[in-house]
Design a protein around this ligand. Structure first.
Ligand SMILES: [Zn+2]
Length: 490
């Protein structure tokens, strides 16, 4: 039977109905140390206790699946973890344990490290979900850990869920660790690469062999999309550098022989085929369009508010409605992982006339990763922004503001830093956030904030009052660059 179930598509039509999330069996990581809050009957409730705030909520994302967002913020750490909930006892318990285990590792790390005062350690966990067959999901978790400026980790893990039998396959390698299976994987990859004119002339079969048979290979370069497995290799990893960063796409059906029986048994010929009409329909999607600079009086003072690290499913809508009230436009530098989870909020942002910029896929320090990884971080994010909102970002901001001349030259977008750092991420204090702006603002300034901190949102009404009273037009970064620096970003 030919079926086409595209879960990422389902996630794109997220319903932002908020549902209560289960209290039983939930373990707050630090017990009484951290206050815990729940959503009850569609209301977002938050409790604070000695400056420490955690929040947990559940969002209906697709049929039978909710997204749980767990956040914990205080002076010592900033945690944002997103994971699915299937309303199945066993699966949900195990996914909750999975989250708790990752959180414990992080808490251990920050306890054992001499963390500098200037840097709040961060843990971000997001996921992609793909339905491989009826009731069979591949969850691809991306876990990013920032302990200090020079200590960051990123890991990708695949967790398979069988919603039909309420079971989880964890700790299972995607491909069986035996000679026959790996041989099959090798030959399938090789066959595909040999028929690809862009890769074949550069292919190094020995390197490919070493990669496939490497015992420590966790296949974290594999991405699921529908029933396709996409392998992205580093430049020089399996081919000469002239081939760039090769990408090989294989149908799931071609690789079943390389997978452990515990996985294939679940899929059992039910894997999902792409069908032609759907592909054609996709071709009809309009090209994303860049932000159009408005006609403005350039003799009037201007300031550009910018919000990084979102979208946040709770706080971003609050920011949008505040901006609307003051007829202010702003720029949101978005993380691809979060756009992927909350596309409807990005659509709303663009519809409201704001500019969206690229803040990379997973907030890695671009000065520490390869050019291939930078490309992946930037391109994937532009794609998901385009898909969710029809917008084509013309501007990007490097995570941590960390960029070099070489990175700037490499990324074909306008890099936008800031003139005023409100330090909202450090102080979490609306009074201090506003003082940073009042004491430093001048015509043409770009202001850095984060729409993922509650205190930032609480500081915003005062800031908008002050700036409009002082005669500032609140504009986007493309507008401020256009009118005050004579730089065109499109
Ligand atoms: Zn950031």
């Amino acid at each position: 039977m030919l079926k086409r179930i595209l879960l990422t598509g389902a996630l794109l039509i997220s319903v932002f109905a908020v549902s209560a999330c289960g209290g039983a069996g939930e373990n707050a990581p630090h017990g009484a140390e951290e206050a815990k809050s729940m959503l009850t009957s569609g209301k977002y409730e938050k409790k604070e206790q000695s400056g420490k705030t955690t929040a947990e909520q559940s969002i209906a994302a697709a049929d039978g699946m909710n997204i749980i967002s767990y956040t914990a913020e205080n002076d010592e750490k900033s945690v944002a973890m997103y994971y699915p909930e299937f309303q199945l006892k066993n699966v949900d318990e195990q996914l909750d344990e999975y989250k708790a285990a990752k959180l414990n590792i992080f808490n251990e790390l920050i306890r054992s490290e001499d963390v500098s005062k200037k840097f709040v350690p961060q843990l971000n966990m997001t996921f992609d979900a793909n339905m491989l067959a009826e009731n069979i999901y591949a969850l691809q978790f991306v876990i990013d850990t920032y302990i200090s400026e020079d200590k960051t980790f990123s890991e990708t893990e695949i967790v398979m869920v069988n919603a039909g039998t309420d079971s989880v396959l964890t700790g299972e390698s995607l491909f069986s660790d035996n000679l026959n299976s790996r041989d099959h994987l090798y030959n399938t990859l090789l066959g595909s690469m040999k028929s690809d004119g862009g890769i074949a002339p550069y292919l190094n079969e020995e390197k490919l062999g070493r990669w496939v048979f490497d015992e420590s290979n966790d296949f974290s370069n594999v991405r699921f999309s529908d029933n396709v497995l996409e392998f992205t290799f580093e430049q020089g990893e399996i081919a000469s550098r002239a081939a760039g960063s090769p990408v090989v796409s294989l149908q799931m059906s071609e690789l079943l022989k390389a997978m452990p029986e515990s996985i294939t048994r679940l899929i059992d010929g039910e894997y999902i085929e792409r069908d032609e009409p759907a592909l054609k329909e996709r071709g009809k999607e309009p090209e994303p369009s860049a932000y159009k600079v408005r006609k403005l009086d350039e003799s009037t003072k201007m300031a550009a508010l910018t919000f990084d690290d979102g979208p946040d499913n709770v706080l971003t809508p609050q920011v949008l409605s505040l901006l609307d009230r003051y007829d202010a436009k702003a720029t949101f530098f978005l993380l691809g992982t979060k756009v992927n989870l909350f596309p409807a909020i990005v659509e709303e942002t663009v519809k409201s006339g704001h500019e969206v910029g690229n803040h990379t896929w997973s907030h890695k320090d671009l000065t520490t990763i390869s050019f291939n990884e930078i490309t992946e971080e930037i391109v994937r994010t532009n794609e998901v922004i385009g898909k969710s909102s029809g917008a084509k970002p013309a501007v990007y901001r490097a995570p941590f503001g960390a960029n070099t001349e070489a990175v700037d030259q490499f990324v074909p977008m306008t890099e936008v830093d800031w003139d005023i750092d409100t330090e909202d991420w450090l102080t979490h204090d609306p009074v201090q956030i506003n003082e940073m702006v009042r004491n430093n603002i001048s015509d043409g300034d770009i202001i850095l904030m984060h729409d993922v901190h509650e205190m930032t949102v609480q500081s915003l009404a005062d800031m908008l009052d002050y700036l409009t009273d002082e005669g500032y037009q609140l504009v986007t970064v493309s507008e401020i660059l256009h009118y005050k620096e004579d730089i065109r970003t499109e």
